[in-house]
Ligand binder design. Structure first.
Ligand code: SF4
Ligand code: SF4
Length: 129
C-alpha cells in the first residue's frame, strides 16, 4: 500500500489483509534502528520475519488502521518493509498489477482502472457578481 495526497489505496487496504508480508529479519529494528518495529513482527523462518497478523487464513496486518474499502492507513508507513514499498497498486504509473486486483476482489472491491489515478477536476471559481 502507498500513501500520497490522491491515491485509491487510502480507501482500500485490501493487500494488507490478503498477503503474508514477510521479509529478511534485518529489515526490522533487530537489524537497523530505522527498520520495521520488531514488536510488530513475528519469526517465520530462521532468516525471515513477517508482519504480525499476516500469517493466518484471514490475514490483516497489525499495522493497518481503519476500515478496508473505506478509509485506511499504514501506521508505520515510513518504516514499512521493502515487500510493502515494492507492491504497486494496479495502473499506478500505467502498469497493471493483477495481484492488486486479487486482493481487492477478496474484499469485494472492483479492480482499479487507469481512470482511478486521474486527479478529480477542481471546482469552478464562483462567478463575480
Ligand atoms: S506494514 Fe503497512 S503497508 Fe505493510 S502490510 Fe502492514 S499495513 Fe500494509
Ligand atoms: S490492494 Fe491495490 S489498491 Fe488496495 S491498498 Fe493494496 S495496492 Fe492499493
Amino acid at each position: 500500500m502507498i500513501e500520497t495526497a490522491f491515491n485509491p489505496c487510502l480507501s482500500c487496504g485490501a493487500c494488507c489483509a490478503f498477503f503474508r508480508a514477510s521479509f529478511y529479519w534485518a529489515e526490522s529494528t533487530l537489524g537497523r534502528p530505522d527498520g520495521v518495529p520488531e514488536h510488530l513482527t513475528e519469526k517465520l523462518t530462521p532468516h525471515r520475519v513477517m508482519m504480525k497478523g499476516t500469517g493466518g487464513t484471514t490475514p490483516r496486518c497489525v499495522a493497518l488502521e481503519g476500515d478496508i474499502g473505506a478509509s485506511v492507513r499504514c501506521s508505520i508507513h515510513p518504516l514499512r518493509a521493502g515487500v510493502c514499498r515494492d507492491f504497486h497498486a494496479s495502473w499506478q504509473g500505467g502498469e497493471h498489477n493483477p495481484r492488486c486486483d486479487d486482493a481487492r476482489a477478496r474484499h469485494g472491491l472492483p479492480p482499479l482502472s487507469p481512470e482511478d489515478w486521474e486527479t478529480p477536476p477542481l471546482p469552478d471559481l464562483p462567478r463575480a457578481a
